[in-house]
Design a protein around this ligand. Structure first.
Ligand code: EPZ
Length: 419
């Protein structure tokens, strides 16, 4: 078990670069399957979820050459259309690889992706909408088998603007002579990055970033080089690190417009925010003001930033109310933070009332999910004394060298490779 040992109570100052986006990288890596040619990707974050996705591509037959944040994938030799169960279980979002395999081979088999600690994370929206575009699905206890002669032109409406379902349907629809329109589509910036990547390969994906995406099938895709967008969730995490330690932090290589709602809420807490083209600077107030917010699909407050922002509010001067509308179990990490002296009341599983406290106490914590781990680290930075955050394997799935980045800002984080 790996852990971070954090000597807290230090105000963070300085500048740090944001890595490439985990949630843009995963669907783009899936998309490299479709062309059967070489794809060169830059600014890929060197994180566990990317490494597992590359393992899946190799298991299908792709050739992968990785050098830190750059990867060359040659998908010419891919022949296998079965996503290995052991890798599906490691990475639930690998279900979007299904859409890419269907685009090229018109068949795919995979097992149910595991849920995780933030919720059941079903894939019903993926499967029911696959059927609407002509994909036959046979579900047995072990595998989900998808087959189609061709993708059919359809105008579909998602019951919920699911990011993964939107991505899977776009990927499945890019090859052929059909025209698919996805209404009530997710509008996250990562969807735009996927569409930009596909269109650079010669696909015809229109309207990404709006709630209606039109995909006109083409015969083939070509070789491509592409730079992944910055990680807006990591940028938010680093800014909140500055806010929770009463410091002053500037994050570079970020698209400020991708986190405008988070920046507006940080201003409400009293933080001074300065935005430039590719950077954001935050100066924390002496005392944080309480703030209420609710998570919603983009462009609302992002669920992935909710745990870190909720942690910030445990130190505000007053009472805040947070409502999590996307995942049913995304407050679990707060049970661990109670060991540090936070004061919260859960109303109905979706809403917590946070009564700010003057300080947090050092503690021994155990992470159970990615953003919960990041939140525990932020709390540890604010608490005087030494806090240990165990199970940081969860963190390493989605953050590249967060310890190094925080230490560059004046923190004291020691990574220990436990037993
Ligand atoms: C993506 O997950 C992100 N992951 C998540 O980031 C992010 O929290 C989420 O979008 C929402 O923004 C990646 O991009 C790899 P959804 P995804 O489908 O696609 C329900 C992180 O921390 N739903 O938009 O799984 C689902 O249960 C991760 O980086 C169905 O009911 O999210 C959830 O309640 C966590 N049926 C809601 O929709 C389905 O078929 C949103 O899920 C699909 C989803």
């Amino acid at each position: 078990m790996k852990r971070y040992i954090i000597k807290g109570g230090k105000r963070l100052f300085g500048e740090v670069d944001v890595s490439g986006s985990k949630n843009a990288s995963l669907p783009i890596l899936a998309a490299t399957i479709i062309s059967g040619k070489k794809s060169k990707l830059y600014n890929l974050p060197d994180i566990e979820d990317v490494r597992v996705t590359l393992e899946i591509l190799k298991s299908l037959g792709a050739k992968v050459k990785k050098d830190s944040n750059k990867v060359i994938i040659d998908s010419k030799c891919i022949r296998c259309t079965v996503i290995p169960d052991n890798l599906m279980r490691k990475l639930r979002s690998s279900v979007i690889i299904a859409g890419a395999i269907i685009a090229r081979f018109k068949e795919v088999s995979f097992t149910y992706p595991g849920g995780c600690d933030i919720g059941a994370r079903p894939i019903d929206l993926h499967l029911e909408n696959f059927k609407k575009i002509g994909i036959k699905i046979n579900e047995n206890c072990r595998y989900i088998e998808c087959k189609c002669d061709k993708i059919e032109s359809r105008n579909i409406v998602l019951d919920f603007p699911s990011v993964g379902a939107t991505e899977n349907l776009v990927l499945a629809s890019v090859i052929g002579n059909q025209e698919v329109v996805i209404n009530n589509a997710a509008k996250e910036p990562e969807i735009i990055d996927l569409a930009n990547f596909l269109n650079k390969m010669g696909a015809k994906v229109y309207g990404a970033g709006t709630n209606s995406i039109k995909i006109k099938g083409v015969n083939s895709l070509k070789e491509v080089s592409y730079k992944i967008m910055p990680d807006r969730i990591e940028a938010s995490t680093l800014l909140i690190a500055g806010a929770i330690t009463s410091g002053s932090v500037k994050v570079n290589k970020v698209n400020p417009e991708d986190i405008s709602v988070v920046l507006s809420k940080l201003k409400e807490t009293g933080c001074e925010i300065t935005v430039e083209k590719q950077s954001v600077k935050l100066i924390a107030p002496a005392k944080l003001r309480p703030v209420n917010f609710k998570t919603t699909p983009y462009p609302g407050f992002p669920t992935d930033v909710q745990p870190m922002f909720t942690t910030l509010l445990t130190l505000a001067k007053g009472t805040s109310i947070v409502t999590e509308n996307i995942f049913e179990n995304r407050f679990k990490f707060l049970q661990e933070l109670k060991r540090m002296g936070i004061k919260i009341t859960e109303i109905d599983g979706k809403t917590v009332v946070i009564k700010g406290v003057r300080k947090l106490h050092q503690a021994e914590l155990y992470a159970t999910d990615l953003r919960g781990a990041a939140s525990m680290i932020l709390a540890a930075l604010a608490a005087k004394g030494t806090t240990t955050v165990n199970n940081i394997e969860y963190l390493l799935r989605g953050y590249e060298c967060l310890d190094k980045k925080l230490n560059q800002l004046g923190a004291d984080v020691l990574r220990e490779e436990g037993d």
